[in-house]
Design a protein around this ligand. Structure first.
Ligand SMILES: [Zn+2]
Length: 440
């Protein structure tokens, strides 16, 4: 990024926007939101040049390059600069150059992947360990010799699990005995389950999730124990904590007493959030609140904040684009007012139908453009459609599916702290118990 910024400065170009897709390789077939946004901006004529460190940051598959070239040539964008040398897409050899680079990059990625996969399979078939990454618990850095203390812990855990002790109890025991994972973390039930069901522990070599043979290391527990542990711990009937999401505020609530997040903890069939104790959650167990009224209360507050005059005022959040976002929100609001005014003027006979149509079209286009700009500045796509339309949203709210509702609440609410009930045991809604922290 620094190199590209310097290049823009050297050329005297104004950097309109930086498009960054962190941690998304151009080769992996994942979508790259910023890249897609850049293509749209180029196509719609909002950008007239691109600086990229190397062409392989743009695309590693030839088909992607063709799309990029298409977009640029349709929009008349010629200034595509790479720091390894300019590529002028308007010239025949510029395009050829870019195509060659893309073909080479695609071939390299492919070959590298094939070589890597073949090598990994070869190692797996020989029973040797995977190197790289953290060592497995129970083994030394060579991944073959046992780590005496940890291996003893594994044998202990296996015996206790087979004797019927729960994962919760085992994880608690590990935490209390100050046994840590290889990464230095406290043990959670899922990690204990993974440890005890990993065939590596009984001397099997696993490759891509499949046991493909005997490993070169000594087993820590017997194969018979291992198979019984798998039957016991991977039985789907045991997995009771995987319920479908029915809770609007999951992950957005904090305990007012200990600061931990609240979890869904239904009671007598009634949906409820609570501060959970135990090895995974480690809360204080002191705060509970019934879900239904709380969710209605928060949703209402969210919709209120999305209502236009409030919205324009509250978009004062931090960030360098504060002035611009505020101006855009105000412009959108003003145009919405104008649309209403047009209808009134037409009703009063001050405008013909055609005049009204033309004016409406012009204003609608401007609103659309401003909404897109607003979305780019705030990255809050979930709510941009609803600026100035909080009342509409309120009417539709109950009909939206839960994930859409969650997206809208999350765009506006950072988190809410739930204070303990004034009367112990009363888990109902008392608005003074709710302390929201808004993003907008
Ligand atoms: Zn708590």
């Amino acid at each position: 990024m620094a190199d590209c910024t310097a290049e823009a400065k050297r050329r005297g170009w104004v950097v309109a926007e930086e498009y960054v897709d962190d941690d998304v390789s151009a080769y992996a077939a994942k979508t790259r939101p910023a890249y897609e946004r850049m293509l749209v901006d180029l196509a719609e004529g909002r950008r007239d040049g691109v600086i990229v460190w190397h062409m392989d940051r743009l695309h590693r598959r030839p088909a992607e390059l063709e799309r990029f070239v298409d977009t640029c040539s349709t929009a008349g964008v010629r200034d595509v600069v790479t720091l390894s040398g300019d590529i002028d897409l308007a010239k025949g050899d510029g395009l050829l150059m870019a195509r060659l680079l893309a073909a080479v990059a695609a071939n390299e990625s492919d070959a590298k992947r094939r070589r890597g996969a073949r090598k990994a399979l070869e190692i797996a078939e020989s029973g040797r360990p995977v190197m790289g990454g953290p060592r497995p618990f129970g083994f030394e850095g060579d991944r073959v010799s046992h780590h005496p203390a940890e291996a003893a812990v594994i044998r202990d855990l296996a015996a206790r699990a087979l004797a019927g002790e729960s994962l919760t109890s085992l994880a608690t025991w590990l935490q209390e005995s100050r046994v840590r994972t290889v990464g230095g973390k406290e043990w959670r039930t899922n990690a204990v389950r993974q440890l005890l069901t990993n065939p590596r522990m009984w001397g099997m070599r696993v490759h891509r999730g499949q046991v493909i043979g005997t490993a070169t290391w000594e087993p820590v527990i017997t194969a018979d124990q291992g198979e019984r542990l798998r039957r016991l711990l991977l039985d789907p009937a045991r997995r009771t904590n995987r319920t479908a999401r029915r809770y609007l505020l999951t992950g957005m609530l904090r305990c007012g007493r200990c600061g931990n997040r609240l979890y869904s903890m239904p009671k007598n069939g009634k949906r409820r959030y609570g501060c959970a104790t135990g090895p995974d959650q480690r809360g204080c167990g002191g705060v509970f609140i019934y879900a239904e009224m709380l969710e209605a209360f928060i949703a209402d507050a969210v919709l209120y904040r999305l209502d236009s005059p409030t919205m324009a005022q509250v978009i004062t959040g931090d960030g360098p684009d504060q002035e611009a976002t505020r101006a855009l929100a105000e412009a959108i609001q003003a145009d919405n007012d104008r649309l209403a005014e047009l209808t009134a003027m037409w009703a009063d006979g001050e405008l013909t139908r055609e005049e009204r149509r033309q004016a409406t079209q012009r204003i609608t286009l401007r609103i659309e453009a401003n909404r897109r700009a607003f979305a780019r500045l705030t990255h809050r796509d979930a709510v941009t459609d609803y600026i100035g339309r909080g009342a509409d949203l309120r009417a539709q709210w109950d009909g939206l599916n839960l994930s859409r509702q969650v997206a809208i609440v999350k765009a506006v609410l950072n988190h809410a702290t739930i204070l303990p009930a004034a009367v112990p045991g009363r888990h109902g809604l008392d608005e003074s118990r709710v302390d929201p922290e808004w993003r907008l």
